[in-house]
Design a protein around this ligand. Sequence first.
Ligand code: MTE
Ligand code: MO
Length: 318
Amino acid sequence: MLIKRKRGWELGENQATPEGCYLNRRELVRAMGLGAVAAALPAMAWADTKDPSAALYPAKRNDKYGIPAPMTEERRVNTYNNYYEFGTDKSIYREAQKLEVRPWTIKVGGLVEKPFEIGIDDLLAKLQLEERVYRHRCVETWSMVVPWSGFPLRSLVELCKPTASAKYVVLKTLLKPAVMPEQRDPLYPWPYTEGLAMDEAMNDLAFIATGLYGKPIAKQNGAPLRLVTPWKYGFKSVKSIVSIDFSDKRPATFWEALQSSEYGFWANVNPQVPHPRWSQATEKPLGSDDRVPTLLYNGYGEFVSGLYSDRKAEKLFM
Ligand SMILES: Nc1nc2c(c(=O)[nH]1)N[C@H]1C(S)=C(S)[C@@H](COP(=O)(O)O)O[C@H]1N2
Ligand SMILES: [Mo]
């Protein structure tokens, strides 16, 4: 018997925009089966108190890139996630607690002076942490405003010492099917892989988040370290990174490999370029009932549009 399952990326926008958005808080609490502990919900703490990096947070805020508002409620950001390794709906936060984030080693290789490995806590000790409040725009049209803590991707790239022939940086998520059940599904090109051109990676805005809301980042949000590129659709921001490679070839990225007609390498936000199955003109902030206009480069054009002036022939916006 051959059953064709509908995949997340084959659903229309309304189907792809999950019910959590449309439920009021009481309904949401009931749907989550947490009625009795509803009062405790706003204080729900995901950060592991045993996390050895806990004392590094909160980090000093850098407001150079603006402080967008209103900030999304922490509990929403912690309970509404895309992390396909743990499941294809938005409610993977419980499943994701199985991820062990210590010890955690990041492997650096490819076109570098000398390949090496570094543990997350050694890495955190080498780099100055800061907090940045960024907008996030998912290709599915939901959005949020959150305070990430971490460091510019550039400082990590400099630590890696890529050679002059490196044109792309390639970042991969942990591959561990015993803990990440969807990785047993061979229809996906695991491990989740993303990449940036070197000049994008060296841009000030490109960030590695190790914290969120003044605490170590929660597992469901991509602990212990994830990429954040706020001018691009959210799928570029690869979670739980275990390897950083430098290459002279553009990598095959996860969503592009799955469906290149819908998800590209550049994936810059543009309200005027619709997804083949829905408009990108507006977005729905998590927790809000109203849609708001989406901005070119998600509002970050002044910092990043120069990266693309010599790339006009590329499919920059999908
Ligand atoms: N490894 C991995 N990284 C991922 C994803 C994923 O499924 N797996 N989803 C991406 C998408 S589509 C989005 S919108 C963001 C969501 O981040 P959040 O759950 O912290 O809001 O993570 C991105 N990074
Ligand atoms: Mo997304």
